[in-house]
Design a protein around this ligand. Structure first.
Ligand SMILES: [Zn+2]
Ligand SMILES: [Zn+2]
Length: 415
């Protein structure tokens, strides 16, 4: 047992064998889907400016109030809770809007949250997400949703639900907030202390509260979309009709607001009943004012992020096992150097292979090779080596033959 002092803290995870490969497998699949949609990968720092998130996610949001992990002794530095604000900031800071007025980027990486860990809520977790900056077209919203759906399908082809809403533009959000205040007034005493505070500062957040009494109040409110201006209403209708056209199923949920200040117009959330209380699998929306709020040009944008760990809980497809192309065994210990030379030839040719460095019998080496599901075993023996040959065994058929060293790459590749 490891000394208690050294145990992995709660809410973080190590991915050893085979989980490390599993997580990379899904990441690779996601990368491929993003590329199919024309998105290119960006890599962002894990530590960033605290005020970036405070200002743009919103003071008073759960994320900012309780969840951001600050760095001790560093006033304005924290571990990032999400990547959208980071991407928007760097896009402006590096002047990318000049060369990429349309910017389609994806990212895969760790995010951090300081609150007490619960089931399905880790302190360090991974997001797979995308941002599309520079278009206010409803096609961009619909495509982002379709893309998110396709990424989710890598893990769980069914068993998820899409909820969608439109918050409207900033003006509409103000109307929505005052409409909410009117509707909530008679129920103020039923709201949790947090929501009573939110009632004054930011009533939209009450819709996000997980407290059961607050949820009950919200569900009985019967919110309609009368706060939407005609442009925003038309935009939302177009998004929905494109989704209909693409046969993407959705439920309109007028209480869906997403807990971040920067969202405008379309917001959406994919949930799965299999995840229990923390049912959100992926979420996103449009943020038309974030870029200009960060002192950039007035570029509209839309994005989403998926929680990789949660999605992995839903996976129902087997992961391909780790497989070596070849395993090299030696008839006796003195041939290890020769085995390494052969390994060098194979690796240089892009063929994966390994050797057992322990001094063991041929039989034990062969048994060990099975662990790696090698397609070929290369047997190095003294007599063969004198003729410049090795024995090549094709494992699925158990057929073996002597092969000249210079032909080994072609032989292995040819099968
Ligand atoms: Zn509007
Ligand atoms: Zn509440």
């Amino acid at each position: 047992m490891v000394n208690n002092k050294y145990l992995l803290p709660k809410g973080v995870k190590s991915y050893l064998l085979p989980q490390g490969e599993e997580i990379r497998f899904f990441e690779q699949q996601a990368r491929q889907v993003f590329h199919y949609y024309g998105y290119q990968e960006v890599v962002l720092p894990h530590i960033d400016s605290l005020s970036l998130f405070r200002r743009n996610i919103g003071e008073g949001t759960d994320i900012v109030e309780r969840q951001i992990m600050k760095l001790e002794g560093k006033d304005n530095i924290c571990l990032r809770p999400e990547a959208t604000a980071q991407i928007a900031r760097s896009y402006i800071e590096e002047g990318l809007y000049k060369s990429y007025p349309i910017f389609k980027a994806f990212y895969i990486g760790a995010m951090f949250r300081g609150e007490k860990p619960q089931r399905g809520r880790l302190r360090e977790f991974r997001h797979v997400g995308a941002e599309f900056i520079g278009s206010d077209s409803p096609y961009a919203d619909a495509e982002m949703i379709k893309l998110a759906e396709e990424i989710i399908s890598l893990f769980a082809p069914s068993n998820f639900k899409l909820e969608i809403n439109s918050l409207g533009c900033e003006n509409d959000k103000v109307k929505l907030a005052s409409m909410l205040k009117d509707k909530l007034k008679p129920y103020l005493s039923k709201l949790c202390p947090n929501c009573q505070r939110r009632y004054k500062s930011n009533p939209l957040r009450i819709l996000d509260c997980k407290n059961s009494s607050c949820r009950g109040v919200v569900q009985a409110l019967n919110i309609a979309d009368s706060y939407l201006c005609s442009d925003c209403r038309q935009h939302f209708r177009s998004v929905l009709s494109i989704l209909d056209e693409w046969k993407v199923k959705y439920h309109i949920t007028h209480t869906l607001v997403r807990g971040l200040d920067y969202y405008t117009r379309t917001v959406f959330e994919f949930t799965s009943p299999l995840l229990g209380a923390q049912s959100a699998l992926a979420a996103g929306g449009r943020y038309d004012n974030l870029i200009s709020n960060l002192a950039g040009p007035a570029y509209p944008a839309v994005g989403f992020a998926l929680g990789l760990e949660r999605a992995m809980l839903l996976r129902n497809q087997p992961i391909p096992v780790f497989r070596l192309k070849a395993f090299i065994v030696c008839v006796n210990e003195s041939l290890k150097l020769e085995a390494l030379r052969v390994a060098g030839i194979l690796r240089k040719a892009g063929l994966s292979c390994d050797i057992d460095f322990r001094s063991r019998s041929l039989k034990a080496q062969l048994k060990y090779s099975q662990k790696f599901h090698a397609e070929f075993v290369v047997i190095i023996g003294e007599d063969e080596l004198k003729r410049g040959e090795v024995v090549l065994r094709h494992m699925p058929t158990s057929q073996q033959k002597n092969v000249k060293l210079e032909d080994i790459v072609t032989e292995i590749r040819g099968n």
